[in-house]
Design a protein around this ligand. Sequence first.
Ligand code: T3D
Length: 261
Amino acid sequence: MPSVLVSVEAGVESITLNRPEKLNALNPEMHQLLRAALERAAVEPEIRVVVLTGAGRGFCTGQDLAERDVSAGAAPIDLSVSLGSHYNPLVRRLRALPKPIICAVNGVAAGAGANIALACDLVIAARSASFIQAFSKIGLMPDAGGSYFLPRLIGTARAMGLALLAEKLDAEQAVQWGLIWKVVDDQQLINEANALALKLANGPTKGYGLLKKAMYASPGNSLDAQLDLERDLQREAGYSEDYREGVTAFKEKREPRFKGK
Ligand code: T3D
């Protein structure tokens, strides 16, 4: 079985990390397959939303530590190579994808696995799932965007607690803190994620891509800069077929039939 499963149906690309016996810890092959699936989503117009999840009882536990030779006498490892070639491009790809990405966190999300989830646009978790900034347990610091996402989503005090203590944060608490969108019963996770995906797959894809740009630019912008950005992005949205359809449907008192253009 491939270590990442990919399928496309009804406008939804489903990506499943598939090394359940290792809680979907990431190795180079998985990075390559995951990135290829996301590149495909970026260019194929029939893909209008992505769902990312994990097989088995874990979502993803970050870097496969079995790949790291830290035995006495082994040369020190330059981890910037791994971040530069795998994790940073992955997080950038997730954030810049002009289509919504739903992360369905089916179990434990640890280390870079937790932060990959946070890089997605809508995070929905099973009640038994959890998030662990596991890095400090092995002498590292949060990566894969963790030091960016955490303070912005939950504030510096909580971000510091999670990073320093590397304690498990359960899904309920994650919702209460505003780290993720929603928690659902375990058996409901995939149904709920697919229902959200179908809804978004029938939505104004172009508009979704523009709103992602605006939201993710916001933390680094002044109000003035953000207003200018909104003006420019709304111009693009206003030129879309979906805007025409949305307003027409409103006037005709019917549901819009968006084409994603
Ligand atoms: O190196 C670089 O490229 C730099 C980038 C780093 C990014 C990072 O992600 S660093 C952080 C790496 N992740 C971790 O430190 C988390 C390691 N995992 C754990 O702490 C625990 O597995 C959990 C707390 C997440 C879950 O614990 P538990 O008791 O539910 O499961 P388990 O028994 O520990 O794990 C089950 C199996 O998965 C086990 O294999 P085994 O012994 O049955 O053959 C375990 O070794 C394996 N596994 C889990 N996580 C990883 C892993 N194997 C390799 N790498 C992992 N990250």
